[in-house]
Design a protein around this ligand. Structure first.
Ligand code: HEC
Ligand code: HEC
Length: 294
């Protein structure tokens, strides 16, 4: 905040508090009756009349206490523009302190399983369940409960892996993230080219296609696609290029969906979690993910 707005806000806040105090004291002083009275304010509504009593003492005190509370609060905590408050409190350092406390508390619990391999965690009930809870909190938004996946988000519970399904590969996917890079081909091979190579791609998984189109598409495939998807179409886990010969599709297996993948390209992004979760946590989650397909 610039110092002008800081001063502006501080001045208004202090003025409002001072104003409240003056108002409360002024009305107190200008009360006609200092003690309880039977005199009325001289107006009646529906048979109800108002007595001209002074404000009860406790009520008056409540106003004063509230004002004192406000002043003390603004002294201790940030509230006046850029002033940081006597306690130097921020929601961020409160959160950090709580996280540090939780880490301290749970570290030994997680560390106990650090010596197990990812594959062994999968068969250890306690460890796997801890991994499962963390998976539900951190990963299920994208990969679904139980890792079942969704359109564009790979199924983690089958044996079909983009980047490999052993402990090390799963851990690397989680820690460093992954960026699938399927280039768009629409401008390069044209709409006919897209249709032909789509026919050929679908024939790889044994679907009925127009044989002539597929034959033409095969030439394109051999020129443009083998580098990543392989001569046999089985994919390449180094590049995250999916196997095109099975009936598992990340982006759908209909003619239109496959043609769309080829025409426009695809760029699936798995965010890196190495900076978000501790190594021990990622270790446990990896074990749970491994158990899903095993
Ligand atoms: C914002 C969504 C998102 C979140 C959150 C997310 N992922 Fe992913 N994940 C993806 C996408 C998208 C891919 C596929 C990347 C690609 O297409 O190349 C992926 C890929 C993966 C892979 C590689 C799968 C394979 O077939 O090789 C693993 C393993 C994985 N995620 C595990 C996790 C775990 C465990 C978590 C939680 C710590 C997690 N992901 C959180 C979106 C997400
Ligand atoms: C530079 C490497 C590369 C080349 C070349 C390449 N692809 Fe891909 N392709 C990928 C990657 C990586 C993905 C996965 C994208 C993702 O995870 O988001 C992919 C995804 C696909 C998909 C979607 C698969 C699914 O499961 O939904 C199809 C279909 C496909 N490619 C076909 C082709 C065809 C046909 C060609 C040649 C015209 C081709 N690709 C060329 C790397 C490549």
């Amino acid at each position: 905040m610039t110092s002008f707005w800081s001063l502006w806000i501080s001045a208004i806040t202090i003025a409002v508090i001072a104003g409240c105090l003056i108002l409360v004291l002024h009305t107190r002083r200008s009360e006609v009756h200092k003690e309880t009275t039977t005199e009325t304010m001289n107006h009646a509504f529906d048979g109800i009349e108002e007595l001209d009593n002074p404000l009860p003492r406790w009520w008056f005190n409540m106003f004063i206490i509230t004002i004192i509370f406000g002043v003390v609060y603004l002294f201790l905590y940030p509230g006046l523009g850029n002033y940081k408050g006597y306690l130097n409190w921020t929601s961020y350092n409160q959160w950090e302190a709580e996280m540090a406390h939780a880490d301290e508390h749970y570290k030994p619990v997680f560390a106990k399983f650090a010596s197990l391999s990812v594959e062994d965690i999968a068969t250890n009930d306690t460890a796997r369940q801890m991994g499962q809870r963390m998976f539900n909190n951190n990963c299920a938004v994208c990969h679904g409960q139980g890792g079942a996946g969704a359109y564009g988000f790979p199924n983690l519970s089958d044996k079909d892996w983009l980047y490999g399904g052993d402990g090390a590969a799963i851990k690397a996917s989680i820690t460093n993230g992954r960026a699938g890079a399927m280039p768009p081909w629409g401008d390069i091979i044209g709409e006919d080219g897209v249709r032909n190579v789509t026919s050929y791609t679908l024939s790889l998984s044994g679907q009925e296609v127009d044989a002539k189109a597929a034959a033409q598409g095969q030439t394109t495939y051999q020129a443009m696609c083998v580098a990543c998807h392989g001569v046999d179409g089985k994919g390449n886990q180094m590049l995250g290029a999916p196997n095109l010969t099975d009936d598992t599709w990340l982006y759908g297996g209909s003619f239109a969906q496959v043609a769309h993948s080829i025409r426009q390209g695809r760029n699936g992004a798995m965010p890196a979690h190495g900076s978000l979760l501790s190594e021990d946590k990622i270790h446990l989650i990896s074990g749970y993910v491994f158990s899903l397909s095993d």
